[in-house]
Write a protein that binds this ligand. Structure first.
Ligand SMILES: [Zn+2]
Length: 67
């Protein structure tokens, strides 16, 4: 019996929640993180994923300082 699956590409579940999984948590009490988190929320609301990513990078950079 041969199956008709010769397309070579099995259905892959796309990691749609990748952004959420990668999102760093703003450090409590840090004004920089707080601002970035607020900006990130606003950017996400308007679908500006570039800014969301930028904010995530900056929040993750907290130990080295923002900007
Ligand atoms: Zn910070």
């Amino acid at each position: 019996m041969t199956e008709v699956t010769r397309y070579g590409t099995p259905p892959v579940e796309l990691p749609l929640r990748l952004d959420l999984a990668l999102e760093p948590t703003p450090v409590p009490g840090c004004a920089g993180c707080g601002e970035l988190a607020a900006l990130r929320g606003r950017a996400r609301a308007v679908g500006d994923l570039t800014t969301v990513t930028d904010c995530n990078v900056l929040i993750r950079r907290h130990p080295e300082g923002h900007r």
